[in-house]
Design a protein around this ligand. Structure first.
Ligand SMILES: [Zn+2]
Length: 408
C-alpha cells in the first residue's frame, strides 16, 4: 500500500481555466521563485544550454530549465556537486532546475543497459566496468544536484513495443520504484519529487498507473514514456485520459514534448509543463522555429533576405538595435550558419524565445478565456490558412475538448 504522503516544497496556484477545453493557467511557486504555467522548459544538457549562457537564458524569461542527472553525475560528479553546493551554484543559475532520473538517458544512450528489479545495469562509458543505477542512487544524485523538481526513476519502454506483458511489468515496476524513491528522498522540504505515469499506449494500464501514482500524493505528476514515435492520435488519447484522472491542484508534466503544435494541443488536453531538446538541437541544423513553421536558414533563398528571422519577434536576436536587440538578419545567419557556431547560437536564442513566448501567449489566452480562438489562430498562421493541411490528429484531439478547428 502507499506510504504516508510526503511534504511538498511547491504550491500550485490555479489562476484560470478555459471554459471550453481543459487548458489551465497557473503559477507554480518553487524554491527558486515563481514559474508561470503552462511552460516549456529548455534542456540544458551538461549544466549549460548549448548555445546560450545562463544570462541569456534568464533574459529570455526562462525561470525553470532542465538538467540531465546522467550527465551531471558523470561530470562534475557527485562529490564535486556536494562540495560546491549543487547545480544552481555550479552553473550560476539563480532560478529553478528540474532534473530527470538519469534512467532514460542510460537506456537510450547505452546500448548495453539492462533493467532488473534492482535498477538499470549498464557498463561505465569511461572504463566499461559494470554499474547499477537504482532508484535510491538516482535520488541521491538528484539530492546532491539540489534541483527544485526531481524525477523518480522509472522503467521506460518504447510506446511502440508490442509486448503487453513487458509493458505491464514496466508500469508496475515504476510504481514500486516510486515507493523506493520516496523512501530515499532526503530533502522533501526543499526538492519536489514527481512521479511518472507509465503504461505505454494501453489506456487501461495508464488508468491503473495513474490511480497508483495519485495515491502516493507526490507534489507533481508526470506523464512519461511518450514521444517515442507513436502515432499522434495515440499520444493525445493517453494525455487526455491521464489528465482526466489527475487532481486539479497539482502540476502536470508531459515529458519529451516540444513541437509547437504538440504544445498547443497538449495544453488544451490539460497539461502544464513540457521539455524537449528539439528547439535547441534543430537550431544547430540551421532551423528557425516560427509561427509560420520551421524555416531552414541555410537555404539559399535567405542569402539576401535582410529581414529578421521572424517579423515582430521580441527575442534579442530579432529585435532592432534601436529596441535594444541585435537586429540580426536572415542573410547574416545564412552566411555564418554553415561554418560557424555563431549562427547556431543566434538561432538557439530565437528558438528558445519562440517556445517560451508561445506558452506565455497561451497563458494570457487562457486567463482571458479565449484559448479556443488562440488555438484556431495558431493553426491558421502555421498552415497559412490552408485548412486541408491541418493534421488530422490535431483536429480529432481538439474536437474531443470542444474546439472545431475547421469552423471559422
Ligand atoms: Zn527572434
Amino acid at each position: 500500500m502507499a506510504p504516508v504522503s510526503i511534504p511538498s516544497a511547491l504550491s500550485f496556484e490555479l489562476l484560470g481555466k478555459c471554459s471550453v477545453t481543459k487548458a489551465r493557467a497557473a503559477t507554480l511557486h518553487l524554491p527558486h521563485g515563481p514559474v508561470p504555467l503552462p511552460i516549456f522548459m529548455p534542456v540544458a544538457t551538461q549544466g549549460s544550454l548549448k548555445g546560450l549562457t545562463p544570462d541569456q537564458l534568464e533574459d529570455q524569461g526562462c525561470r525553470l530549465c532542465l538538467n540531465n542527472t546522467y550527465h551531471l553525475g558523470l561530470k562534475p560528479g557527485q562529490a564535486t556537486l556536494d562540495a560546491i553546493g549543487g547545480a544552481h551554484k555550479f552553473q550560476s543559475w539563480p532560478h529553478n532546475i528540474l532534473t530527470d532520473s538519469g534512467g532514460f538517458q542510460m537506456v537510450s544512450l547505452l546500448k548495453l543497459a539492462k533493467v532488473t528489479e534492482e535498477g538499470v545495469r549498464f557498463l561505465s562509458p569511461h572504463d566499461g566496468s559494470p554499474m547499477l543505477l537504482t532508484p535510491e542512487h538516482s535520488i541521491s544524485l538528484q539530492n546532491s544536484i539540489g534541483s527544485d523538481i526531481i524525477m523518480q526513476l522509472d522503467d521506460v519502454i518504447a510506446t511502440t513495443s508490442p509486448d503487453f506483458e513487458r509493458m505491464k511489468e514496466a508500469m508496475e515496476r515504476s510504481v514500486r520504484w516510486l515507493d523506493r524513491c520516496i523512501q530515499a528522498h532526503k530533502y522533501p522540504e526543499r526538492q519536489n519529487l514527481f512521479c511518472i505515469i507509465q503504461g505505454g499506449l494501453d489506456l487501461d494500464l495508464r488508468r491503473a498507473c495513474t490511480a497508483e501514482m495519485v495515491a502516493r500524493d507526490t507534489p507533481g505528476i508526470a506523464i512519461g514514456g511518450l514521444s517515442g514515435g507513436e502515432a499522434k492520435d495515440e499520444y493525445c488519447k493517453v494525455v487526455d485520459t491521464c489528465t482526466g484522472l489527475l487532481p486539479e491542484k497539482k502540476p502536470r508534466y508531459v515529458m519529451g514534448v516540444g513541437y509547437p503544435e504538440d504544445l498547443v494541443v497538449s495544453v488544451a488536453l490539460g497539461a502544464d509543463m513540457f521539455d524537449c531538446v528539439w528547439p535547441t538541437r534543430t537550431a544547430r541544423f540551421g532551423n528557425a522555429v516560427t509561427s509560420s513553421g520551421v524555416l531552414n536558414i541555410r537555404n539559399a533563398v535567405y542569402a539576401e533576405d535582410f529581414g529578421p528571422i521572424e517579423e515582430g519577434c521580441q527575442c534579442t536576436c530579432c529585435r532592432s538595435p534601436a529596441d535594444g536587440g541585435l537586429g540580426i538578419t536572415r542573410a547574416y545567419i545564412y552566411h555564418v550558419t554553415a561554418k560557424e557556431t555563431a549562427g547556431a547560437h543566434l538561432l538557439t536564442m530565437h528558438n528558445v524565445h519562440y517556445q517560451l513566448n508561445l506558452m506565455r501567449l497561451a497563458r494570457e489566452a487562457i486567463l482571458e478565456d479565449r484559448y479556443p480562438q488562440f488555438v484556431k489562430d495558431f493553426f491558421s498562421k502555421l498552415y497559412d490558412g490552408q485548412k486541408e493541411k491541418y493534421p488530422s490528429w490535431a483536429i480529432t484531439a481538439l474536437k474531443g475538448v470542444g474546439v472545431d478547428l475547421l469552423s471559422d
